[in-house]
Write a protein that binds this ligand. Structure first.
Ligand code: F6R
Length: 261
C-alpha cells in the first residue's frame, strides 16, 4: 500500500483522475472498476474535462461498477447506473454496452451476482479499480464483517451506511436496505487499485484501514494485502495517520510517482 497525501480534496481528485488517465493512455482497452459517491464526483468531472479538452479516449475501455442498490431500475435517479450516466458515461466517448453495473432488479439476484463475476473474468479481470471508503470502513458495499474472500453478492446495508446515504433520497425511507456489491475477494483480484478519501469525516476510518490490523471489521484494511494499492488522501482525511512524514518522503522519492509531482 502506498499513501499519497495532497493539500486539498481538489488536488487529491485531480491526482486520482490523472492516474486513471495515465492507465487509459497506456492501455486503451483498460478494464476499469468504478465507484460512486460524493468523493468520486470531482474525479469524474476531471476525467470528463480531459476527454473534452485533451481527447482522452474511452472508446475501447470497459467498465464494471462496484455496486448497485437492490430494487432500483437503471432509470431511477437514485440508482448508481443513473449516477454513472450523469457524472461520467454521458460525458465521455464510451459505449454504454461497454459499461456494466450489477442489475439490482434481476429476478434471480444470486444468478445476477454469478453472472457479474463471470463477466469480469471473461474480460481477463479488472486492470484498475477505483474505490472510495465508507465511514464504517466499507469498500463497495462490503460492510464490516464481510469475508476477505467474499465475491459479488447481495449485502444487507448497515445502519451506518443507511444513515450516510439516506441524504440522497427525498424520502429517506425509500432508500433500499440491500445492494449487490463486488466482494472483497473480487476487489483484491484487481491488478491495481486506488482508494480515494477526502475530508475530516474519513480521518478516523482511514487511520484504522491504513495503519490498523487487517480485519473484516474494517473491510478497507484488506487493501493492505493488495499487491498494488495506492491510497490518495487530502490533509483532512490523513489527519489521523501517525506516519504522514514517511508517506510524504516516499511519494517524493518513489520513481513510479515522479511524473505526478
Ligand atoms: C459506492 C461505493 C462506496 C463509496 C463510499 C464513500 O459505489 O463504492 O463504497 O465509495 O460509501 O462514499 P462517499 O464518497 O459518498 O463518502
Amino acid at each position: 500500500m502506498k499513501v499519497i497525501i495532497q493539500n486539498s480534496a481538489d488536488d487529491a481528485a485531480r491526482l486520482a483522475a490523472r492516474i486513471i488517465a495515465g492507465q487509459l493512455r497506456a492501455n486503451p482497452a483498460l478494464v476499469l472498476g468504478l465507484a460512486t459517491g460524493a468523493t468520486m464526483e470531482s474525479v469524474y468531472a476531471v476525467l470528463a474535462a480531459m476527454h473534452r479538452d485533451e481527447g482522452l479516449d474511452f472508446s475501447r475501455c470497459r467498465t464494471f461498477n462496484l455496486d448497485e442498490y437492490v430494487g432500483l431500475a437503471p432509470e431511477d435517479e437514485h440508482s448508481y447506473r443513473h449516477y454513472m450516466n450523469c457524472h461520467l458515461f454521458g460525458k465521455v466517448n464510451i459505449g454504454l454496452r461497454n459499461t456494466r453495473l450489477p442489475n439490482g432488479t434481476a429476478v434471480d439476484l444470486d444468478a445476477e451476482c454469478a453472472s457479474y463475476e463471470a463477466a469480469i473474468k471473461k474480460t481477463g479481470g479488472i486492470d484498475f479499480q477505483l474505490l472510495g471508503i465508507g465511514s464504517n470502513g466499507h469498500i463497495g458495499f462490503n460492510e464490516p464483517l464481510s469475508s476477505l474472500r467474499s465475491r459479488t453478492r447481495v449485502m444487507t446495508l448497515s445502519p451506518a451506511t443507511i444513515s450516510q446515504n439516506q441524504r440522497y433520497f427525498e424520502n429517506p425511507d425509500m432508500m433500499p436496505k440491500r445492494a449487490i456489491t463486488m466482494g472483497v475477494g473480487t476487489i483484491l483480484e484487481s491488478k491495481r487499485c486506488l482508494l480515494l478519501a477526502t475530508g475530516s469525516a474519513k480521518a478516523g476510518v482511514i487511520a484504522r484501514a491504513v495503519e490498523g490490523s487487517v480485519s473484516s471489521m474494517v473491510p478497507a484494511s484488506a487493501l493492505q494485502i493488495h499487491p498494488r494499492c495506492a491510497v490518495i488522501l487530502d490533509e483532512a482525511a490523513a489527519a489521523g495517520l501517525s506516519e504522514k512524514e514517511y508517506y510524504r518522503w516516499f511519494f517524493d522519492h518513489e520513481p513510479e510517482w515522479a511524473e505526478y509531482h
